[in-house]
Design a protein around this ligand. Structure first.
Ligand SMILES: *[C@@H]1O[C@H](CO)[C@@H](O)[C@H](O)[C@H]1NC(C)=O
Ligand SMILES: *[C@@H]1O[C@H](CO)[C@@H](O)[C@H](O)[C@H]1NC(C)=O
Ligand SMILES: *[C@@H]1O[C@H](CO)[C@@H](O)[C@H](O)[C@H]1NC(C)=O
Ligand SMILES: *[C@@H]1O[C@H](CO)[C@@H](O)[C@H](O)[C@H]1NC(C)=O
Length: 495
């Protein structure tokens, strides 16, 4: 006896349900193995040899996705104990040795089998820039010692070098825009798209010895010395960047103090940026050893000076203004200070390193309006030292300096770079984005390992996405077939 029509339809539907259900299952398994079987992870190591200290960063990324953007993440950040490498002039070998602890931590994290293929870089910034200006043979000795030490490690050490200020700014800009996915993005259909250029964010970096501003201006860049062209994913970006040597936090503090010593030659210096009730001593020799202090040193450098805080923000701002040459830019809209060309700031900015640390200490990183920030910093400066000390937890060698750095940052951003009450909210004070510290190091590694493609990839990986789409389609088909079968069973009367 042949099958009835009803039975035929029912069998067909159940068969279809079984087939597409099986396909769904297979697709899910394929995708799951993709996700669950860990892809090979690659690693890279970068030392950031700053003026006041050295940090090490280990980055990691899936080997099969290395040309994608935003896939590199930070696996380790380690602070090297002791001062920056530029301080080891009397014993260069120690500069190399000082890196040992962090290097060992990094090697412990990276599987042994991968040590040989892991690239490692060391980049030095303004501290070494200043030293090589002052005594280039000392700077060479330190680079040689550091290179010798790092060459002995089992990883692929690619060299230690001095970064130009311009590159430091540009690499910080690359880092933040890479991490935020602003250079190139995937659309949901698996194609790559480029976010509009206006979404690129500017970068404000402040180390111990220098500070950088980098952004894409609205118009042409009229001074070639401040312009750098970055070809990323098939598009040329014309980026404005300038690095101000001696405008980093520590050198600014030295210059500020030297200025005050100069104007009050008594053995007692009254410091308006230190809190009232603060008293400390200061070694003149170390102050005048700073390469950014150009005022003539007093005759007797072995003397110690007593510094007394007066907690006077108005006088502090006035002393800070003296560190800038605003006159040289007077009447020019496209000039920041010290005669440096700068187009008007444009778009969103990320301010990191000492910008962040200072505002974070002052509880001012949550996009407060400028007026609130101003008032809070002034109030903090007027707080008696006793209270400041009492409310601080543990050791903070910068405790007495936050008032000065806070007012300095305001002066630099507003009077120097030309941010206003209206553009202030465009500045985001952040240490990290997407779990990665913001700074020049990631951009440096991406650039030197060619992980940012110069040209747009012809076709981006879309397999994973299509597998999901197919999975969903087959799942829907399975459901439709099952519902159809159920409907036949329920509503098609048996003959
Ligand atoms: C990344 O791009 C480079 C240059 O186009 C290519 O040689 C390399 O195979 C790519 N790597 C991956 C994992 O796709
Ligand atoms: C640089 O340092 C070396 C060694 O410390 C010293 O012998 C030399 O005189 C210094 N040169 C200058 C120009 O100061
Ligand atoms: C990127 O690396 C190349 C060498 O590979 C170098 O010439 C270039 O200056 C680097 N870019 C930046 C912004 O440092
Ligand atoms: C920041 O906030 C914390 C917690 O509210 C407080 O203890 C600290 O004193 C504040 N810092 C300043 C500088 O006001």
């Amino acid at each position: 006896m042949g099958l009835t029509r009803r039975e035929q339809v029912l069998r067909a539907l159940l068969g279809a349900a079984a087939a597409s259900g099986l396909t769904t299952l297979i697709l899910i398994l394929v995708e799951a193995t993709n996700v669950l079987l860990p892809a090979d992870i690659k690693f890279g190591i970068v030392f950031d040899a700053g003026s006041s200290h050295t940090s090490l960063f280990v980055y990691q990324w899936p080997a099969d996705k290395e040309n994608d953007t935003g896939v590199v993440s930070q696996a380790l950040a380690c602070q090297v104990k002791g001062p920056g490498i530029s301080s080891y002039t009397s014993d260069p070998a120690q500069a190399g040795e000082s890196l040992k602890g962090c290097l060992e931590e990094a090697l412990a994290l990276i599987p042994k089998a991968q040590h040989q293929e892991t690239p490692m870089f060391l980049g030095a910034t303004a501290g070494m820039r200043l030293l090589s200006q002052k005594n280039s043979s000392q700077a060479r000795d330190i680079f040689a010692a550091v290179t010798q030490f790092l060459s002995q490690s089992p990883v692929d050490f690619r060299g230690a070098e001095l970064l130009a200020g311009q590159d430091e700014g540009a690499l910080g800009w690359i880092t933040i825009n890479y991490v935020l996915g602003m250079l190139v993005q995937y659309s949901f259909s698996g194609e790559w798209i480029r976010p509009p250029e206006g979404m690129l964010v500017g970068a404000l970096d402040m180390g111990g010895a220098s500070t950088q501003i980098t952004f894409v201006p609205g118009g042409p860049i009229l001074d070639g010395n401040t312009q750098t062209t970055l070809r990323l994913y098939g598009l040329d970006h014309s980026v404005y960047t300038h690095s101000y040597l001696c405008f980093g936090r520590d050198q600014m503090l030295n210059r500020l103090l030297a200025g005050l010593v100069q104007s009050s030659p008594a053995p007692l210096v009254r410091h308006p940026c230190y809190h009232s009730g603060y008293q400390g001593t200061l070694s003149l020799a170390s102050l005048y050893a700073s390469p950014c202090v150009h005022t003539t040193a007093p005759l007797n450098l072995t003397r110690n000076l007593t510094v007394e805080g007066t907690g006077n923000p108005r006088a502090c701002v006035s002393a800070i203004r003296d560190l800038f040459d605003f006159l040289s830019c007077e009447g020019r809209a496209d000039c920041a200070f010290n005669g440096v060309y700068q187009p008007p700031v444009r778009g969103q900015f990320y301010a990191f390193s000492n910008f962040y640390y200072t505002l974070h200490f002052l509880n001012l990183t949550s996009r407060q309006p400028l007026a609130t920030v101003n008032t809070s910093v002034w109030e903090f400066c007027q707080r008696p030292w006793k209270l400041v000390e009492a409310s601080s937890t543990g050791q903070d060698r910068w405790l007495r300096d936050y008032c000065a750095s806070g007012l300095y940052i305001l002066t630099l951003l507003l009077e120097g770079y030309g941010f206003t009450e209206d553009t202030w909210p465009n500045i985001e004070f952040r240490k990290q984005a997407g779990g990665t510290d913001i700074g020049w190091t990631l951009g440096y590694m991406l650039n030197l390992t060619n992980m940012i493609l110069a040209e747009a990839p012809a076709q981006w990986r879309a397999e994973s996405y299509s597998i999901w789409v197919a999975g969903v389609v087959f799942m829907v088909l399975t459901l439709v077939a099952i519902l159809g079968a159920a409907a036949v069973q329920l509503f098609w009367p048996q003959d």
